[in-house]
Design a protein around this ligand. Structure first.
Ligand code: ADP
Ligand code: MG
Length: 629
């Protein structure tokens, strides 16, 4: 190795060591999450950056830490006005001089912020895209020694993304107006189109592109058939006492029915959908973030950018419209790196409903794109293949399967090899000319001599009666499943009505014996959270700790202390300490400042602010075995 490269190498190590010290001191974390260090270093070096990290990957830190170290102002653009205050509170808790400007501030408050800006008293400024579009505001910025721009939720600038925001278009002139100022774009949207588009729209110059793995190790994925959906949801939530979660439902009515069912069962829940007045929605969100509501039952209108890090589970009560959407929604669980669960409940009727909507789409391209998305999500839900493997394949990420963190890999589902019955059903379809629906095929298989069977001579076929060992309804549901899994597809008549089944290419492979059909859906109960497998912790923070009963009790005490303090300070509980921090405290039981400082998420600022209260609570618990007052 030449001298030059050796010194460059150790230079990087030194820099990294410095960053780690600041990471612990200001944020209380012992290590970077995957890709954070690279992003921070590139951004600090003055490069433009494009970073795709999954939800919960820790994007905020990638611009907050550089902001702390830079001279001058870092401007963060975020579309989520309702959440800016919380983000600023959280940054301030870590000792960053942060502020925000958006339409929610009074004129007086905005003036105060601007005065602070002029005096150079702000290091990190959150603004809405509308604000950044105002020429008056841009003029202010020119006097503020802007050192960097961070564009959060950067996919909003792209029409390819699923959340395009016209306001984001104003950002495309930043590059020309501030040619010397580095821009970093952050998103959790993984597709290549979005990446190219964001880079182009923002005019990033030779950006350092960093794409993290989208594997969320802390999330356990499960899929079950739904029967009485509200009862299933209530049972699931009842087993997760005090654990915050989100239920997604397909329609406004469904959100309200499910919320009512939960409330009847004594669970603190509320519905959230676009039909509710703004004030109600804001209140639901606020109460959820502050741990006053355990459950929000929502349409997909809820959730983007919710920074609540202790969401423990996401339950979908209906088949989602796409894998991308499903992945983003489930990503809202477990941002603190603690174990979390994603459960999807679905039934073949869901497919019929989605197909009905698709059928009403008038633009051919939209319809076929929706049809493709539906097939993909069915392939996720209705297969005996490792869920993580299927999800990640969607983001072009290869996973070998056997993840140990999904229902398939944990052997929770009774899988049944149904290749032979499936072949029987498919050949019945072929022999009858691929024009009949499930009912006629079922009649042929069980050997039912209906008028139609006789008229067509189908009682003479070799497949007639080959399925007599099962009943008619069993064959009907197998036909639906084979359609769901894309072995069969419906013919569509000239009038747009859906006709009989024909085989797909996959179906033909199955008949020829080149594919097998393993069904993995029937009935298994969802295990209680304590029994959850948890994926071997590859996150740098180490595997999550399972607590004993007394530790669990202390954890509960610390949570209620946290809630009280958060209430007094008017910030969300997770801003005080994350669940993970409290769990580590419950496990390690620190009784002095040094020991507390060693706990995850405890930096110098938080030690000063909350150390005494938490140490006292822990000491009291150790002495009495109970929560203090
Ligand atoms: P994203 O915006 O990528 O979805 P956030 O920035 O909101 O994620 O971070 C998610 C959670 O992870 C936050 O609670 C944050 O404090 C925590 N976090 C970020 N970086 C680290 C780290 N290096 N170690 C531990 N926790 C971290
Ligand atoms: Mg974020």
């Amino acid at each position: 190795m030449s001298f030059a490269s050796a010194s460059a190498g150790s230079g990087r190590t030194d820099k990294l060591a410095d960053l780690l010290v600041i990471l612990k001191r200001s944020f209380g974390f012992d290590s970077f999450r995957p890709n954070q260090a690279e992003i921070v270093e590139a951004f600090l070096d003055g490069s433009d950056v494009f970073a795709a990290l999954p939800t919960g990957g820790g994007k905020s830190l990638c611009y907050q830490l550089p902001a702390l170290l830079r001279d001058g102002l870092t401007v963060v653009v975020s579309p989520l006005i309702a959440l800016m205050k919380d983000q600023v509170d959280a940054a301030r808790e870590n000792g960053l001089a942060a502020a925000y400007l958006n339409s929610s501030l009074s004129a007086e408050e905005a003036r105060t912020v601007k005065a602070q800006l002029h005096q150079g008293g702000v290091k990190l400024l959150y603004v809405s895209p509308e604000r950044l579009a105002l020429s008056e505001f841009r003029a202010t910025l020119r006097f503020c020694n802007v050192a960097a721009f961070a564009i959060d939720e950067a996919h909003c600038i792209s029409e390819w993304g699923h959340e395009f925001r016209p306001d984001y278009r104003a950002l495309s002139s930043l590059r020309a107006e501030f040619p010397e100022v580095p821009i970093a774009a952050f998103t959790a949207t993984a597709t290549a189109e979005v990446q190219t588009d964001v880079i182009r729209q923002l005019g990033l110059v030779k950006p350092v592109v960093i794409r993290a793995s989208f594997n969320r190790l802390e999330i356990t994925y499960r899929v079950r058939r739904k029967s009485t959906v509200n009862r299933q949801i209530v049972a699931f939530v009842s087993e997760r006492v005090g654990e915050p979660g989100i239920v997604y439902r397909a329609t406004r009515n469904a959100t309200e029915e499910t919320a009512e069912a939960l409330i009847r069962d004594g669970i603190a829940a509320a519905a959230y959908h676009a039909g509710l007045p703004d004030a109600v929605r804001a209140e639901v969100q606020e109460r959820f973030v502050r741990d006053e509501l355990q459950v929000v039952v929502a349409t997909i209108a809820f959730g983007m950018g919710i920074d609540k890090s202790n969401v423990r589970w996401i339950l979908h009560g209906d088949l989602p419209r796409s894998v991308e959407g499903y992945y983003q929604e489930t990503g809202r669980a477990g941002r603190d790196g603690e174990p979390a669960e994603a459960l999807l409940l679905w039934s073949p009727q869901d497919i019929a409903k989605v197909r009905y909507h698709i059928g009403r789409m008038t633009v051919e391209e939209e319809r076929s794109a929706a049809e493709r998305r539906l097939r993909e999500i069915i392939a996720y839900a209705d297969s005996g293949v490792c869920r993580r493997q299927v999800l990640l394949a969607h983001f072009n990420e290869e996973h070998p399967g056997g993840c140990g963190g999904c229902d398939v890999c944990c052997g929770e589902l009774d899988t049944e090899d149904l290749t032979i019955p499936a072949q029987k059903l498919l050949s019945a379809a072929v022999r009858t000319g691929e024009v009949f629906g499930a009912h006629h095929l079922a009649d042929v298989l069980v050997g039912e001599c209906t008028d139609r069977v006789r008229e067509r001579g189908h009682d003479q076929l070799p497949t007639f009666g080959v399925g007599a060992e099962r009943d008619r309804s069993w064959w009907l549901s197998l036909a639906r499943d084979l359609e769901a899994a894309s072995y069969l597809s419906r013919r569509v008549g000239a009038n747009g009505r859906r006709g009989g089944f024909q085989l797909t290419a996959r179906g033909r492979e199955l008949v020829r014996g080149r594919l097998s059909y393993v069904s993995a859906q029937r009935g298994a109960p969802v295990p209680s959270p304590r029994a959850a497998p948890g994926v071997p912790g590859e996150r740098s923070e180490g595997p999550p700790a399972l607590l004993r009963d007394d530790q669990e009790e202390l954890f509960r005490c610390l949570r209620s202390l946290r809630k009280r303090i958060a209430g007094e300070r008017g910030v969300p509980p997770y801003v005080v300490f994350s669940d993970k921090s409290l769990r580590v405290m419950a496990l390690n039981r620190p009784t002095d400042r040094q020991a507390l400082l060693r706990c995850h998420g405890v930096g110098e600022r938080k030690l000063e602010a909350y150390g005494a209260a938490f140490l006292e609570a822990i000491r009291a618990f150790l002495a009495t075995g109970e929560c203090g007052p």
